[in-house]
Write a protein that binds this ligand. Structure first.
Ligand code: HEC
Length: 116
């Protein structure tokens, strides 16, 4: 049982590391689409990024920049549940709320890593 547990944990961790290796154009494009699309991530509703201006009612979120310097785990966590690092964040918890799947979040992370 213990062995199975550690195997599962190892698989989960390597899954995250693999995003780094597989951060290819396709994954980045998929992430960009989720970021821009109103029915998917809709991140652009609150965040300007990569020369694109906010496409939504308010300017609630900061302009996203220098994200290439962030560790992938930190970006994943920010999207999964922003309240971990900021309990009064106005950003919704896309992962915890079930709005974006694990693989969708990983694609968004790959896209965010291109933002300088
Ligand atoms: C309803 C508005 C809203 C939406 C939609 C939203 N965010 Fe945010 N986001 C915020 C706010 C407000 C902050 C600043 C507070 C904080 O850090 O939690 C933030 C912070 C962030 C940060 C940290 C930026 C920094 O420089 O510290 C990242 C990364 C981020 N958001 C990514 C995303 C992604 C990716 C999506 C789409 C899946 C998204 N956000 C959707 C409001 C939003």
């Amino acid at each position: 049982m213990k062995l199975i547990k550690s195997l599962v944990i190892a698989a989960a961790i390597s899954g995250l590391a693999v995003t780094g290796l597989l951060a290819n154009d396709d994954l980045i494009k998929k992430g960009e689409k989720i970021f821009m699309n109103k029915n998917l991530g809709n991140c652009l509703a609150c965040h300007a990024a990569n020369g694109k201006n906010i496409d939504g009612p308010g300017s609630m979120g900061p302009k996203l920049q220098y994200l290439s310097a962030w560790p992938e785990e930190a970006l994943y966590e920010k999207i999964y549940n922003p309240y971990t690092t900021n309990p009064i964040s106005q950003m919704p918890a896309f992962g915890k709320n079930g709005w974006l799947s694990d693989s969708e979040i990983k694609a968004v992370v790959a896209y965010l890593k291109t933002i300088n």
